[in-house]
Design a protein around this ligand. Sequence first.
Ligand SMILES: [Zn+2]
Length: 569
Amino acid sequence: MGVVEEIKARVNIVDLIGRYVVLKPAGKNYKARCPFHPDDTPSLMVSPEKGLWHCFGCGAGGDAISFLMRIERLSFQEAVAKLAQELGVELKGKGEGKSRLYQVNLEALRFFQRELRGPHGEKAREYLLSRGIGEVLWEKWGLGYAPPSWDGLLRALSRFGVQILLDLGFIVMGERGPYDRFRDRVIFPIRDDQGRVVAFAGRSFEGEPKYLNTPNTPVFTKGTVLYGLDLAKDAIRRKGRAVIVEGYTDVISLHSAGIEEAVASMGTSLTEDQARLLSRYTEEVVIAYDRDAAGEASSLRGMFILHGAGLRVRVASFPPEEDPDSFVRKSGRAAAEEVLAHAQPFPEFFLHALASRHDLSQMDGKEALLREARSFWPEIKSSVLKLAIVQGLSQLLGLPPEEVQEALRGVTRPVPKTAEKEPKACLTPEDLVVKFLLEGKVPEKLVPELLAEERRFSEAYREVVRRWAEQWAEGSHPNGAFLVSGLSPQAASRVSRLLLLDLKVVNETQALEEALTRFLYLPRLTERMEEVKLAMQDAEKRGDNEAVRRFTLEFQKLCRKRFELLRRR
Ligand SMILES: [Zn+2]
């Protein structure tokens, strides 16, 4: 067992949280007034059985480590160290032990590099070459390949012992013993700003998850590292700006083209740690995400975080359907520099991103836009930025600035007390499906079908479902505290909420069936009906009677199915 797992298994979450707040028993769980928001009614719930806590007032939640991080304002590593000391768990990350961990990471890197050049590495070599990443770059970026065998790395590094490989996330404990985490994947080593190898990312050739990463280890905490920063920091200082992209290959291609100030956030939600790290090197960042990803709520939040760390933020827009990697390879350095030079100031970009999602010719659309803008309001720290956004919205919506300000301020007041009450009433079908999935109550044969429809899940759940699927694919049935480590705070608190809700349903099978119907079956059917309808109209226009007949039959069949589904509910 790794240090973090051992802590999770041994810590008594009730004792820990009980040091900071008064806990009162409530059934199997405990309740307390939440220390993270003004709370008159006890909204904080703690489950000793699941090792999780959640506040139904402000929505914060997670495991023991995240509680300690939050209340003592510690980093993940500091919280782990503190708990390890209290529980007498030996921390191998200390002093001399830590340099050994870096050494093992380096040995693993060499193994992956050898494999890339070896007889099994052909597919990986072809993949890299097809993306314009030639041999010189393999060396510079330390690229490698994890062979498909279940114990390649395990055997190559066996002299270090199983425990250290577990601690560093290279192997996973299965029912039949330990096996390699990374199999048949192109390997991108992740180095910290000092150039030490702290973690690895493995890209699959097909199948999900596309990227598999090292979990949190004593030398690596997700969200504290920026990929490529070790090689980019001089250029960042020299040019006075950093370019933030999403992926590993974006960084590699931009550097190759001479845009050496590029780093990757490894996902679109930037963290405060990453912002602080960047602010040591520069005052300006240009975000260059795929166009779709840039406007998503999580990346907008990340941009507010950068802004909050005192950085000037601009957003570059590459043509639709292109990412920085493909663009720079196709169009060259000058064109890419041009796009970066025309990056939009963040407040402008933010307003455009909001406006593009709502129909502003309608009152409803305007209201929906204001509601969405309001959800970001608590994250905007700078009053200058607040003012700019109020003015922008006022122009955009044709409303007086005072009115806009009023509407936006709505939420900065403390969360209303009523938010506590029995929260089960507000569970959506999606909530239910995820809850059943995490609790292992979705029948095995339905799981692949559900995972294949990942796109239907909302953004914060997609991360949870993906994580669950990763662990499920590795043969474990993750739940409770073990599931939340390494998730973003938003996703972790969603999980703690779901798992701490007591449903009190009489017939779980029926409840699951109904949730699946509303979340998956009906929307899927409706989509198909739309498609068929369009195809039918098309066939009519062409005068293809045979096709019209076929589509009509299918449409009738779908209608009957829909009727049956609705009747069963
Ligand atoms: Zn709270």
